[in-house]
Design a protein around this ligand. Structure first.
Ligand SMILES: *[C@@H]1O[C@H](CO)[C@@H](O)[C@H](O)[C@H]1NC(C)=O
Ligand SMILES: *[C@@H]1O[C@H](CO)[C@@H](O)[C@H](O)[C@H]1NC(C)=O
Ligand SMILES: *[C@@H]1O[C@H](CO)[C@@H](O)[C@H](O)[C@H]1NC(C)=O
Length: 406
């Protein structure tokens, strides 16, 4: 079901020095666009972001959300997803898991039932995942690629779930502290993520992840890549520019950064605000005031059906780039990148001939400390690196940064 590549690079700088082994593993990931149910893409994104923020606030205040409240909250944005095929157990069951940098528990069983096997150890604890439905925790063997296994990985097993058709759960690759308070009885300790375990078990030599997404105008395609323990230099151009994880809460709880955004040559959208980079959010979400500035500058109107901004052909022809400045480095997000792929308009309830924009507002609940989300429409234009060891996030341009595929 999935092909994979394990690259082991052996290098010794001098005969006398010890051999330095660095290794990483690359998984192919597939994009799927399929909006089912009644909520719009934007409503799903906003529900997810509200939930992430509420959960972070609750945890920071020392009063985590009650387990049942978390479990019953069905807010996952399932309209558009990147999925990896992951094996659990011995013999394995293969699950299609959403790649999620906004949560850190891994859980399965939403569609394909979990099967107890020789390597399954039930811990007797319940695990509440950040959204969707979790239930009990097991420790089991996870195989990311043939022969490449993690032992003793904590997995949440869903006993029931709504709204996860065709998807089996989540591969949570956010910061490990997001797993705090997810077990009951609570052990008051974090549950190592798949990346942490790959690192501590010596399978990878750097505790980091590289992610390559690409823009596409088809509703299902294998065009992404998740690399554990290294970066894939065939997927980006130039240097990777790193920024420290922001210290501003609650964005600091996630893969959060501080950035400034400008439209065209001189229209400031916002300066130096903290927000998050999130593979589980589809759109580019801005603080309300910045969104209003963008709307005025583009002349776009809000489309009642999809909730997205819509521009005319004439307005599209005049659309300027957005410029993102992150730790001193500026990344150009082209006019084309600001479009929802037109071939997928009807997949989100829109009209085939309209031009929708992927820039939306975080909404009235916007507050300092979590003021934007660079969702995967943004990540499809830049290679991203999530470095746990050095608490930093890196970005690089790719062959698709200026793609006009939309
Ligand atoms: C297995 O994982 C659990 C939970 O993450 C941990 O408490 C335990 O120490 C681990 N056991 C081994 C043998 O690594
Ligand atoms: C979208 O999801 C629905 C419900 O799971 C399914 O019936 C349908 O075939 C899917 N469409 C595509 C294009 O995958
Ligand atoms: C994208 O196009 C701009 C000009 O519009 C150019 O300055 C930039 O170098 C290009 N970026 C990449 C990654 O090709």
């Amino acid at each position: 079901m999935f092909s994979s590549l394990l690259s082991v690079l052996l290098a010794s700088s001098a005969l006398a020095s010890p051999v330095k082994v660095s290794s990483f593993v690359t998984l192919p990931i597939s994009k799927r666009v399929n909006l089912t149910g009644t909520r719009t893409l934007l409503e799903r994104d906003l529900a997810r972001v509200t939930h992430l923020r509420d959960k972070a606030h609750a945890r920071l205040s020392g009063q985590p959300l009650a387990s049942r409240a978390v479990i019953s909250d069905q807010v996952f944005n399932e309209a558009t997803t990147y999925l990896a095929a992951v094996d659990v157990g011995t013999p394995p069951t293969t699950f299609a898991l959403i790649i999620d940098t906004g949560s850190s528990n891994t859980w399965v069983g939403a569609t394909t039932p979990f099967v107890n096997t020789a390597t399954t150890v039930s811990t007797g604890q319940n695990v509440a995942v950040s959204y969707g439905s979790g239930d009990f925790q097991v420790l089991d063997t996870v195989t990311l690629a043939p022969g490449l296994t993690i032992t003793n990985q904590s997995i949440g097993v869903a006993s029931s779930s709504d709204g996860f058709e065709g998807v089996d759960g989540i591969l949570g690759i956010g910061p490990v502290d997001l797993t705090l308070d997810t077990l009951s009885p609570d052990t008051n300790s974090a549950i190592p993520t798949v990346t942490d375990n790959l690192f501590t078990q010596g399978t990878i030599t750097q505790n980091l992840i590289g992610i390559s997404f690409e823009p596409t105008n088809v509703d299902e395609i294998q065009n992404g890549e998740l690399t554990f323990g290294g970066t894939d230099s065939t997927k980006f151009t130039g240097e990777i520019h790193f920024a420290p994880v922001t210290t501003v809460a609650p964005a600091s709880e996630f893969w959060g950064i501080t950035q400034s955004v400008r439209y065209g040559a001189s229209t400031t959208i916002f300066n130096n605000l903290a927000g998050i980079v999130d593979t589980g959010t589809t759109l580019l979400l801005l603080p309300t005031s910045g969104f209003n500035t963008y709307t005025r500058a583009t002349g776009a109107v809000q489309d009642a059906t999809t909730g997205l901004l819509r521009v005319t052909n004439a307005q599209f022809n005049k659309l300027q780039s957005l410029f993102f400045t992150i730790n001193g480095q500026t990344f150009e997000f082209t006019a084309n990148a600001q479009l929802w792929p037109r071939a997928l308009n009807t997949a989100i309830g829109g009209r085939a001939n309209n031009i929708y924009l992927i820039v939306s507002s975080l909404g009235a609940s916007t507050e300092t400390g979590f003021d934007f989300v660079n969702g995967f429409v943004w990540l499809e234009r830049f290679y991203s690196v999530f470095d746990t060891t050095n608490k930093q996030i890196g970005f690089a341009t790719t062959p698709f940064t200026n793609s006009t595929i939309n």
